[in-house]
Write a protein that binds this ligand. Structure first.
Ligand code: VAH
Length: 314
Protein backbone atom coordinates (compact mmCIF):
# COMPACT_ATOMS: atom_id res chain seq x y z
CA UNK A 1 0.00 0.00 0.00
CA UNK A 2 1.19 3.53 -0.77
CA UNK A 3 0.82 6.58 1.49
CA UNK A 4 0.90 9.96 -0.28
CA UNK A 5 1.64 12.69 2.28
CA UNK A 6 0.66 16.15 1.07
CA UNK A 7 -1.87 14.65 -1.35
CA UNK A 8 -3.95 17.86 -1.52
CA UNK A 9 -0.97 19.89 -2.76
CA UNK A 10 -0.07 20.77 -6.34
CA UNK A 11 1.81 17.52 -7.13
CA UNK A 12 -0.34 15.21 -4.98
CA UNK A 13 -3.56 16.18 -6.74
CA UNK A 14 -2.26 14.61 -9.97
CA UNK A 15 0.14 11.99 -8.54
CA UNK A 16 -2.54 10.20 -6.48
CA UNK A 17 -4.87 9.47 -9.44
CA UNK A 18 -1.89 8.28 -11.51
CA UNK A 19 -0.63 5.97 -8.73
CA UNK A 20 -4.17 4.63 -8.25
CA UNK A 21 -4.36 3.80 -11.97
CA UNK A 22 -1.12 1.81 -11.64
CA UNK A 23 -1.49 0.19 -8.19
CA UNK A 24 -5.26 0.05 -7.77
CA UNK A 25 -7.59 2.65 -6.29
CA UNK A 26 -7.68 1.20 -2.75
CA UNK A 27 -3.90 0.76 -2.54
CA UNK A 28 -3.08 4.47 -2.56
CA UNK A 29 -4.07 6.50 0.52
CA UNK A 30 -4.36 10.27 -0.02
CA UNK A 31 -3.17 11.91 3.21
CA UNK A 32 -3.96 15.53 4.03
CA UNK A 33 -3.64 17.89 6.99
CA UNK A 34 -5.11 21.37 6.67
CA UNK A 35 -6.54 21.32 3.13
CA UNK A 36 -9.51 18.94 2.74
CA UNK A 37 -9.30 16.44 -0.13
CA UNK A 38 -11.71 17.02 -3.03
CA UNK A 39 -12.40 15.79 -6.56
CA UNK A 40 -10.48 12.72 -7.78
CA UNK A 41 -8.69 12.32 -4.41
CA UNK A 42 -12.03 11.13 -2.98
CA UNK A 43 -12.15 8.20 -5.44
CA UNK A 44 -10.09 6.18 -2.94
CA UNK A 45 -9.00 6.08 0.71
CA UNK A 46 -8.17 9.41 2.39
CA UNK A 47 -6.62 9.91 5.84
CA UNK A 48 -5.84 13.00 7.93
CA UNK A 49 -2.14 12.83 8.95
CA UNK A 50 0.02 15.41 10.75
CA UNK A 51 3.59 14.94 9.48
CA UNK A 52 4.88 16.76 12.58
CA UNK A 53 3.45 13.97 14.76
CA UNK A 54 5.35 10.72 14.12
CA UNK A 55 2.59 8.73 15.87
CA UNK A 56 0.08 10.16 13.37
CA UNK A 57 2.11 8.91 10.39
CA UNK A 58 2.81 5.60 12.16
CA UNK A 59 -0.91 5.12 12.76
CA UNK A 60 -1.61 5.39 9.02
CA UNK A 61 1.31 3.04 8.21
CA UNK A 62 -0.13 0.38 10.53
CA UNK A 63 -3.80 0.96 9.59
CA UNK A 64 -3.14 0.42 5.87
CA UNK A 65 -0.12 -1.90 6.03
CA UNK A 66 1.94 0.64 4.07
CA UNK A 67 5.21 -0.26 2.33
CA UNK A 68 5.85 2.91 0.32
CA UNK A 69 5.55 6.65 1.08
CA UNK A 70 5.53 9.57 -1.37
CA UNK A 71 6.34 12.46 0.98
CA UNK A 72 5.24 15.66 -0.78
CA UNK A 73 4.29 17.80 2.23
CA UNK A 74 6.23 21.05 2.27
CA UNK A 75 5.89 24.79 2.72
CA UNK A 76 7.20 26.31 -0.52
CA UNK A 77 9.71 29.10 -1.11
CA UNK A 78 7.60 32.26 -0.94
CA UNK A 79 5.27 31.04 1.84
CA UNK A 80 8.33 29.85 3.76
CA UNK A 81 9.82 33.36 3.82
CA UNK A 82 6.65 34.59 5.54
CA UNK A 83 6.96 31.95 8.30
CA UNK A 84 10.47 30.43 8.28
CA UNK A 85 10.07 28.74 11.68
CA UNK A 86 6.98 26.79 10.56
CA UNK A 87 8.59 26.06 7.18
CA UNK A 88 11.72 24.63 8.80
CA UNK A 89 9.73 22.43 11.20
CA UNK A 90 7.26 21.24 8.58
CA UNK A 91 9.89 20.53 5.92
CA UNK A 92 12.68 19.14 8.14
CA UNK A 93 10.87 17.42 11.04
CA UNK A 94 8.31 16.06 8.57
CA UNK A 95 11.07 14.46 6.49
CA UNK A 96 12.92 13.26 9.62
CA UNK A 97 9.74 11.53 10.87
CA UNK A 98 9.20 9.85 7.50
CA UNK A 99 12.83 8.65 7.32
CA UNK A 100 12.73 7.32 10.90
CA UNK A 101 9.55 5.34 10.12
CA UNK A 102 11.04 4.15 6.82
CA UNK A 103 14.05 2.88 8.80
CA UNK A 104 11.88 1.12 11.39
CA UNK A 105 9.28 -0.37 9.01
CA UNK A 106 11.57 -0.93 5.96
CA UNK A 107 9.50 1.40 3.76
CA UNK A 108 10.50 2.83 0.35
CA UNK A 109 10.31 6.62 0.14
CA UNK A 110 9.98 9.18 -2.69
CA UNK A 111 10.84 12.67 -1.49
CA UNK A 112 11.35 15.64 -3.88
CA UNK A 113 14.02 18.28 -3.50
CA UNK A 114 13.98 21.42 -5.63
CA UNK A 115 16.08 23.78 -7.71
CA UNK A 116 15.63 26.00 -4.64
CA UNK A 117 18.52 23.96 -3.14
CA UNK A 118 20.85 25.97 -5.43
CA UNK A 119 21.81 29.56 -4.62
CA UNK A 120 23.36 32.79 -5.94
CA UNK A 121 26.90 31.37 -6.28
CA UNK A 122 25.70 28.27 -8.14
CA UNK A 123 26.47 28.39 -11.91
CA UNK A 124 23.10 29.46 -13.33
CA UNK A 125 23.20 28.08 -16.86
CA UNK A 126 23.06 24.33 -17.42
CA UNK A 127 23.51 23.96 -13.63
CA UNK A 128 25.51 20.76 -12.94
CA UNK A 129 24.32 17.88 -10.75
CA UNK A 130 27.27 18.36 -8.36
CA UNK A 131 28.08 22.03 -7.78
CA UNK A 132 28.09 24.84 -5.22
CA UNK A 133 24.91 24.73 -3.16
CA UNK A 134 24.10 27.88 -1.17
CA UNK A 135 20.31 28.15 -0.82
CA UNK A 136 19.11 31.45 0.65
CA UNK A 137 15.42 30.66 1.29
CA UNK A 138 14.39 28.58 4.31
CA UNK A 139 12.62 26.30 1.83
CA UNK A 140 15.80 25.85 -0.22
CA UNK A 141 17.87 25.30 2.95
CA UNK A 142 15.38 22.65 4.10
CA UNK A 143 15.49 20.98 0.69
CA UNK A 144 19.30 20.85 0.59
CA UNK A 145 19.49 19.71 4.22
CA UNK A 146 16.81 17.16 3.34
CA UNK A 147 18.97 15.79 0.51
CA UNK A 148 21.87 15.34 2.96
CA UNK A 149 19.64 13.75 5.63
CA UNK A 150 17.96 11.38 3.15
CA UNK A 151 21.29 10.29 1.67
CA UNK A 152 22.59 9.71 5.25
CA UNK A 153 19.61 7.43 6.00
CA UNK A 154 20.20 5.56 2.74
CA UNK A 155 23.89 4.97 3.49
CA UNK A 156 23.73 4.44 7.27
CA UNK A 157 20.42 2.55 7.60
CA UNK A 158 19.96 1.28 4.03
CA UNK A 159 16.64 3.16 3.68
CA UNK A 160 15.49 3.05 0.05
CA UNK A 161 14.73 6.78 -0.34
CA UNK A 162 14.81 8.41 -3.78
CA UNK A 163 14.09 11.85 -5.16
CA UNK A 164 14.57 14.51 -7.79
CA UNK A 165 15.19 18.27 -7.72
CA UNK A 166 12.01 19.58 -9.33
CA UNK A 167 12.04 22.82 -11.31
CA UNK A 168 8.90 24.97 -11.29
CA UNK A 169 5.90 22.77 -12.09
CA UNK A 170 2.95 23.78 -14.25
CA UNK A 171 -0.30 21.96 -13.47
CA UNK A 172 -3.90 22.09 -14.67
CA UNK A 173 -5.61 20.32 -11.73
CA UNK A 174 -4.38 22.12 -8.60
CA UNK A 175 -2.85 25.53 -7.96
CA UNK A 176 0.66 25.58 -6.47
CA UNK A 177 0.62 27.04 -2.96
CA UNK A 178 3.10 29.76 -2.08
CA UNK A 179 5.85 29.13 -4.59
CA UNK A 180 7.99 31.55 -6.57
CA UNK A 181 7.09 29.81 -9.84
CA UNK A 182 3.32 30.03 -9.23
CA UNK A 183 3.04 32.83 -11.82
CA UNK A 184 3.46 30.20 -14.56
CA UNK A 185 0.15 28.60 -13.51
CA UNK A 186 -1.80 31.74 -12.49
CA UNK A 187 -1.07 33.42 -15.84
CA UNK A 188 -3.25 30.92 -17.74
CA UNK A 189 -6.33 31.70 -15.63
CA UNK A 190 -6.01 35.45 -16.26
CA UNK A 191 -5.48 34.87 -19.98
CA UNK A 192 -8.57 32.66 -20.28
CA UNK A 193 -10.71 35.08 -18.26
CA UNK A 194 -9.63 37.92 -20.58
CA UNK A 195 -7.95 39.76 -17.71
CA UNK A 196 -4.58 41.55 -17.69
CA UNK A 197 -2.04 39.62 -15.57
CA UNK A 198 0.26 41.45 -13.16
CA UNK A 199 3.41 39.33 -12.98
CA UNK A 200 5.46 39.53 -9.77
CA UNK A 201 8.68 38.69 -11.66
CA UNK A 202 10.57 40.77 -14.27
CA UNK A 203 9.74 39.98 -17.89
CA UNK A 204 13.21 38.53 -18.52
CA UNK A 205 13.38 36.15 -15.48
CA UNK A 206 14.41 32.80 -16.94
CA UNK A 207 13.54 29.73 -14.81
CA UNK A 208 13.57 25.96 -15.47
CA UNK A 209 10.04 24.53 -15.56
CA UNK A 210 8.24 21.24 -16.20
CA UNK A 211 4.69 20.18 -17.08
CA UNK A 212 3.01 18.08 -14.37
CA UNK A 213 2.66 14.88 -16.49
CA UNK A 214 6.47 14.87 -16.81
CA UNK A 215 6.92 15.56 -13.09
CA UNK A 216 4.70 12.58 -12.26
CA UNK A 217 6.53 10.41 -14.81
CA UNK A 218 9.89 11.31 -13.22
CA UNK A 219 8.72 10.23 -9.75
CA UNK A 220 7.28 6.91 -10.94
CA UNK A 221 10.20 6.16 -13.25
CA UNK A 222 12.75 6.82 -10.49
CA UNK A 223 10.83 4.63 -8.02
CA UNK A 224 10.77 1.81 -10.60
CA UNK A 225 14.49 2.08 -11.40
CA UNK A 226 17.02 -0.61 -10.48
CA UNK A 227 18.42 0.70 -7.16
CA UNK A 228 21.96 -0.56 -7.84
CA UNK A 229 22.15 1.80 -10.84
CA UNK A 230 21.41 4.91 -8.69
CA UNK A 231 24.60 6.57 -7.43
CA UNK A 232 23.07 9.62 -5.68
CA UNK A 233 19.55 8.30 -4.88
CA UNK A 234 18.09 11.75 -4.00
CA UNK A 235 18.33 15.18 -5.56
CA UNK A 236 18.53 14.23 -9.23
CA UNK A 237 18.36 17.31 -11.47
CA UNK A 238 15.43 16.87 -13.86
CA UNK A 239 14.52 19.43 -16.48
CA UNK A 240 12.16 19.92 -19.41
CA UNK A 241 12.30 23.53 -20.64
CA UNK A 242 13.12 27.06 -19.42
CA UNK A 243 11.20 30.23 -20.21
CA UNK A 244 10.67 33.82 -19.04
CA UNK A 245 7.36 35.50 -18.18
CA UNK A 246 7.72 37.42 -21.46
CA UNK A 247 8.11 34.22 -23.46
CA UNK A 248 5.10 32.45 -21.93
CA UNK A 249 2.98 35.58 -22.42
CA UNK A 250 4.02 35.63 -26.09
CA UNK A 251 3.23 31.90 -26.49
CA UNK A 252 -0.20 32.37 -24.87
CA UNK A 253 -0.86 35.31 -27.27
CA UNK A 254 -0.50 32.87 -30.19
CA UNK A 255 -3.81 31.43 -28.87
CA UNK A 256 -5.30 34.53 -27.17
CA UNK A 257 -3.98 37.52 -29.16
CA UNK A 258 -5.31 40.25 -26.82
CA UNK A 259 -3.71 38.91 -23.66
CA UNK A 260 -1.79 41.61 -21.76
CA UNK A 261 0.77 41.32 -18.95
CA UNK A 262 2.35 44.01 -16.79
CA UNK A 263 5.43 43.34 -14.64
CA UNK A 264 5.64 44.44 -10.98
CA UNK A 265 8.48 42.52 -9.31
CA UNK A 266 8.04 41.83 -5.58
CA UNK A 267 10.14 39.98 -2.96
CA UNK A 268 10.00 36.83 -5.08
CA UNK A 269 12.27 38.43 -7.71
CA UNK A 270 15.27 38.06 -5.39
CA UNK A 271 14.41 34.36 -4.83
CA UNK A 272 14.06 33.72 -8.58
CA UNK A 273 17.35 35.52 -9.27
CA UNK A 274 19.14 33.09 -6.92
CA UNK A 275 17.95 30.03 -8.86
CA UNK A 276 19.28 28.40 -12.06
CA UNK A 277 18.14 29.51 -15.50
CA UNK A 278 18.57 25.98 -16.87
CA UNK A 279 19.68 22.57 -15.55
CA UNK A 280 21.99 19.76 -16.63
CA UNK A 281 19.94 16.60 -16.02
CA UNK A 282 22.34 14.19 -17.78
CA UNK A 283 22.88 12.04 -14.65
CA UNK A 284 19.15 11.28 -14.38
CA UNK A 285 19.06 10.52 -18.12
CA UNK A 286 22.05 8.20 -17.78
CA UNK A 287 21.15 6.37 -14.55
CA UNK A 288 17.37 5.85 -14.83
CA UNK A 289 16.42 6.91 -18.36
CA UNK A 290 14.83 10.29 -17.57
CA UNK A 291 13.48 12.19 -20.59
CA UNK A 292 10.65 14.75 -20.68
CA UNK A 293 7.75 14.18 -23.10
CA UNK A 294 6.31 17.71 -23.17
CA UNK A 295 7.68 20.69 -25.08
CA UNK A 296 7.00 24.28 -23.95
CA UNK A 297 4.63 24.92 -26.89
CA UNK A 298 2.69 21.66 -26.34
CA UNK A 299 2.35 22.43 -22.60
CA UNK A 300 0.88 25.92 -23.27
CA UNK A 301 -1.61 24.51 -25.78
CA UNK A 302 -2.65 21.65 -23.46
CA UNK A 303 -2.99 23.94 -20.41
CA UNK A 304 -5.24 26.36 -22.33
CA UNK A 305 -7.39 23.47 -23.60
CA UNK A 306 -7.73 21.83 -20.18
CA UNK A 307 -8.37 25.04 -18.24
CA UNK A 308 -10.90 26.38 -20.74
CA UNK A 309 -12.87 23.15 -20.26
CA UNK A 310 -12.59 23.59 -16.47
CA UNK A 311 -13.55 27.28 -16.51
CA UNK A 312 -16.47 26.86 -18.92
CA UNK A 313 -18.11 23.54 -17.76
CA UNK A 314 -20.03 21.91 -20.64
C1 VAH B 1 8.47 27.07 -5.45
N1 VAH B 1 7.19 25.64 -6.95
O1 VAH B 1 8.28 27.96 -6.24
C2 VAH B 1 8.21 25.64 -5.92
C3 VAH B 1 9.44 25.04 -6.49
C4 VAH B 1 11.44 25.45 -7.91
C5 VAH B 1 10.15 26.00 -7.43
O2 VAH B 1 10.29 24.58 -5.49
O3 VAH B 1 8.86 27.29 -4.35
Amino acid sequence: KILVLGATGQIGAELVPELRKIHGRDNVIACYHSKQPSGALLDGPVERVDVLDIKSIEGAIKKYDVDEIYHLSAILSAAGERNPQLAWRTNMDGLYNVLELAREYKLRVFWPSSIAAFGPSTPRDNTPQVTVMDPRTIYGISKYAGELLARYYAEKFDVDVRGVRYPGIISSEAMPGGGTTDYAVEIFYYALEGKKYTCYLREDTMLPMMYMPDAIKAAIQLMNAERSKLTILVGYNVAAFSFTPGQIAEEIRKHLPNFEVEYKPDFRQKIADSWPRSLDDSLARMEWGWKPDWTFEAMVKDMLERLSRKLRPA
